[in-house]
Design a protein around this ligand. Structure first.
Ligand code: B1M
Length: 211
């Protein structure tokens, strides 16, 4: 088994004590950070499939998520390229009712390296908290909403609508997460949709430059 396959299977198995060392070994063997990240994302995909099939349960998903986060910590300096460009402040959070944060954390990392000052509100964030953060922080140019559950898509819609109806201006709204599509983003009035963290950074830069 190659080192990168080992990383994937150890994320799937939630081997929290081994994962940091394995990711470092994969880097040392010359694997690209993006490929190692993709292997871990694929591992989480398998975890989701097993959960859907009823062969694993929430505790196993949780421990796999912990392993992935530890792996991402090792990758972080290799993924995030520092930039001196300042694009303003971005408020980010996972919408109300939703506790998934790995994708949101990856988006945070990519936006930070693209030049945004990030204010991370965490998970299960109600619309009012997004609005409050726009009011309380300086130079807010972007609000980014993540959601992983189809059951929390209405909360994403409520958040975007509340932001648009708040009377606040000078910022754009980007949405994303596994069940979110361009069609849904258009329907709820978001300014942009991105399918992954890398394209979120590209879209975010375009959005802010168009302000
Ligand atoms: Co949950 N869960 N989970 N879970 N979980 C999913 C999402 C699910 C697809 C699993 C399945 O059934 N196959 C399913 C949702 C089904 C649906 O709604 N369609 C599900 C379910 C049902 C649940 C619970 C309801 C289970 C239960 O309790 N019965 C429960 C809900 C809790 C809640 O939120 N209220 C639950 C709980 C959990 C854990 C807490 C155990 C854990 C999360 C831990 C954590 O995040 N700290 C967990 C996990 C780990 C998963 C899976 C296995 C992995 C998610 C993940 O981290 N993927 C997931 C299955 C899957 O995704 N295949 C699943 C890796 C991550 C990098 O990808 O987050 O998609 P992702 O992010 C991507 C893109 O989506 C995008 O960029 C990232 C890649 O670059 N992206 C954005 C994300 N946000 C973005 C924002 C943007 C742009 C792009 O702009 C702002």
């Amino acid at each position: 088994m190659s080192k990168i396959e080992e990383v994937k299977s150890n994320v799937e198995a939630g081997k929290t004590k081994l994962i940091s060392g394995l990711v470092q070994e994969a880097l040392d063997e010359g694997y690209a950070a993006n490929d190692i990240l993709q292997a871990m994302i694929d591992g989480m995909g398998t975890v989701g499939d097993k959960f859907s099939a009823g062969t694993i349960f929430v505790p196993e998903m949780l421990i796999a998520a912990k392993a992935m986060s530890l792996g991402v910590d090792v990758l972080k300096p290799h993924l995030a390229k520092e930039t001196s460009i300042s694009l303003g402040t971005c408020i980010i959070g996972t919408v109300q009712g939703d506790l998934h944060d790995i994708g949101k954390n990856l988006v945070t990392m990519m936006l930070e390296s693209a030049g945004f000052t990030m204010v991370d509100l965490g998970v299960d964030v109600p619309a009012e908290k997004f609005i409050q953060a726009v009011k309380e922080n300086e130079n807010v140019k972007l609000v980014a909403c993540s959601g992983l559950l189809s059951t929390t898509m209405p909360a994403m819609q409520a958040t975007v609508e509340a932001l648009k109806e708040s009377g606040l201006s000078g910022f754009k709204v980007i949405v994303g997460g596994a069940p979110v599509t361009q069609e849904f983003a258009d329907k709820i009035g978001a300014d942009a949709y991105a399918p992954d963290a890398g394209s979120a950074a590209v879209k975010a830069r375009e959005l802010v430059n168009s302000l």
